[in-house]
Design a protein around this ligand. Structure first.
Ligand SMILES: *Cc1c(COP(=O)(O)O)cnc(C)c1O
Ligand SMILES: [Zn+2]
Length: 436
């Protein structure tokens, strides 16, 4: 592993390789093999880490993705200054009871720092590389969350930012990009149009686009979801992962993270089944899995789950293959089921997720009902984004409450008319419920 790239002339412990032909490309802003057009992926030399990267060493690290920096593609001189990731893994007993699981967990990236989605992880790694390559202008093509994450982190790093999105994006995601001072360009077309345009733009202007020419580095950031799940389960792997899919990258990288932990002896080897979740209005990967294909038939997205609305997913074929390999499955749910999923997760667990999390929750319900996931298996559902960004999805679901006059008698009359069971159901509080 000593190929010299025109950009970084240090001996690297990681480099880009073609997934198909295996050719090495060193480290440079390049996403596809010029020979066979297959995606490039970062490969590591794990040998020097054997025996050195221990549970204790990781445990002493910062409470962020940077505790795993030895397994991330960042140059030695890189100084992380933003605590991204290390989000809660929480038991979901109430939802488990509702859906028929005794061992259900949520990986809650709805509260990922700094912009409330798992995209903060991928952007952190991509921008570390943008800086190493000397890019002063960065950007992305985005279905929303990536735009937020790129705009926020680029602002902090003092990089100029230009972000392209499909014109029908949710208002909250547009605002959450513009507030950081990024140039946001709405493109009259679908995400797939936006993405194709960005490939041309990266070449034309020499910009560092996190999910285009920096994509191999960007994608590695998603491995940290897998590392954290394993560490937070007490250094062991779950039986099942349920994961929403757009481009199909997150899901694959969670597995890569697990495999690296196994290779380094940090967790015991064990088969983990991967279950993909999509919205029926844009389900090219789920469709491929259900048909046993290893190729993708592109779709024209029509769903309110805009963060998952990629009709021609870059990592789709690999994701479909991987799901089948692990003995998993993929399902897709309607927009109505997705909204019910959002509400159930909020009511049962106090977690307000965006549409993608509603998809993951509803698909988990389906998989348990089908018996594809069993009640006693340890299942982790990836909640990847925050509900405050997609409040449009719940528009009209809750009645606007009348304003009540600030008097006890008015309040009492009002309560008796709308929810009488709230009255008289509470015993007087006791003095001491426990030891103070
Ligand atoms: C981007 C995104 C995904 C899917 O990620 P891929 O790696 O493209 O499959 C899932 N959930 C949310 C909220 C996202 O923004
Ligand atoms: Zn190749």
């Amino acid at each position: 592993m000593s190929s010299v790239s025109p950009y970084l002339c240090s001996t690297t412990r990681y480099e880009l390789r073609c997934n198909e032909c295996g050719k090495s490309y060193g480290n440079r802003p390049l996403s596809a093999c010029p020979d066979c057009l297959a995606p490039l992926e970062v490969h590591y030399d794990l040998e020097p880490l054997q025996g050195h990267l221990t549970r204790e060493k990781v445990g002493r690290g910062p409470a962020s993705i940077w505790r795993y920096r030895d397994l991330l593609p960042v140059i030695r001189a890189f100084q992380p200054d933003l605590p991204v990731g290390f989000t809660p893994l929480v038991r979901a007993s109430n939802l488990g009871k509702r859906l028929g699981s005794d061992s259900l967990y949520l990986k809650n990236d709805a509260v990922c720092s700094p912009t409330l989605s798992f995209k903060d992880r991928v952007v952190a790694v991509a921008l570390a590389n943008a800086q190493a390559f000397g890019f002063t202008t960065v950007g992305c093509s985005s279905t929303g969350n990536l735009a937020n994450a790129t705009a926020a982190q680029a602002a902090r790093l003092g990089l100029k930012t230009c972000i392209l999105v499909p014109s029908d994006l949710e208002a909250a995601k547009v605002l959450n990009t513009q507030v950081y001072g990024a140039r946001l360009v709405r493109i009259a077309g679908s995400y797939d149009h936006v993405n194709r345009l960005c490939t041309l733009i990266a070449d034309e202007y020499h910009w560092g686009l996190v999910n285009v020419n920096l994509r191999p580095y960007y994608a590695e950031g998603s491995k940290t979801v897998g590392y954290e799940i394993a560490e937070q389960l007490g250094w062991r792997l779950p039986d099942n992962i349920v994961c929403p899919m757009a481009g199909g990258s997150l899901m694959r990288k969670i597995r890569k993270g697990f495999q690296e932990f196994i290779a380094l002896g940090l967790v015991e080897a064990k088969p983990v089944r991967f279950f993909g979740a999509q919205a029926s209005g844009c389900s090219p990967i789920a469709h491929a899995v259900k048909n046993g294909w290893d190729y993708i038939e592109p779709q024209r997205p029509q769903t309110i789950a805009r963060s998952l609305a990629i009709g021609n997913p870059a990592d789709g074929p690999a994701a479909a293959r991987m799901i089948q390999e692990t003995g998993g499955w993929a399902e897709d749910v309607s927009d109505v089921e997705m909204v019910a999923g959002i509400q159930e997760l909020a009511e049962d667990e106090g977690v307000f997720t965006e549409t993608a999390g509603g998809v993951a929750t509803a698909v988990t319900a389906r998989l348990l009902a089908q018996g594809r996931i069993r009640r006693d298996e340890l299942t982790v559902v990836c909640i990847t984004g925050n509900g405050l960004k997609t409040t449009d999805a719940l528009q009209g679901r809750f009645a606007e409450e009348a304003a009540v006059r600030p008097r006890l008698s008015d309040f009492d009359a009002y309560l008796r008319s709308v929810q009488p069971d709230l009255i008289g159901s509470q015993a007087e509080p006791t003095l001491a419920g426990g030891v103070y």
